[in-house]
Design a protein around this ligand. Structure first.
Ligand SMILES: [Zn+2]
Length: 106
């Protein structure tokens, strides 16, 4: 199994030069564009397009994390290793977060 850390390292090898030239804000804009494309693929219901867009979103997220020197694997594991970080349960027992409009806090 390839780790998320090694995938992020691979993305750094492939794209860090271009990512650095584009900068943090520009890379963030690309990530947002890919999230929009993911939403479109979700609505089209094409499984292969959906897989491709998920891959693009994670790749751009890794590019942004590389620019900001964030290790995604350790960030995820330190926050979401075994249970919900808010309520400490698995499955999550929080009452917020069902509707996007009711999302509060971070
Ligand atoms: Zn919870």
């Amino acid at each position: 199994m390839v780790s998320m850390r090694s995938l992020q390292d691979t993305m750094r090898q492939i794209y860090f030069y271009k990512d650095s030239r584009r900068g943090i804000e520009g890379t963030f804009e690309w990530l947002m564009e890919e999230v929009d494309e993911l939403r479109e693929a979700m609505h089209r219901g094409n499984k292969e397009a959906l897989r491709s867009e998920f891959a693009d979103v994670v790749a751009w997220l890794m590019s942004l994390a590389n620019l900001l020197e964030v290790d995604l694997e350790s960030a995820l594991l330190s926050k979401y290793r075994e249970c919900c970080p808010k309520c400490g349960s698995s499955p999550c027992g929080c009452t917020f977060g069902i509707s996007p409009k009711k999302l509060g806090g971070s």
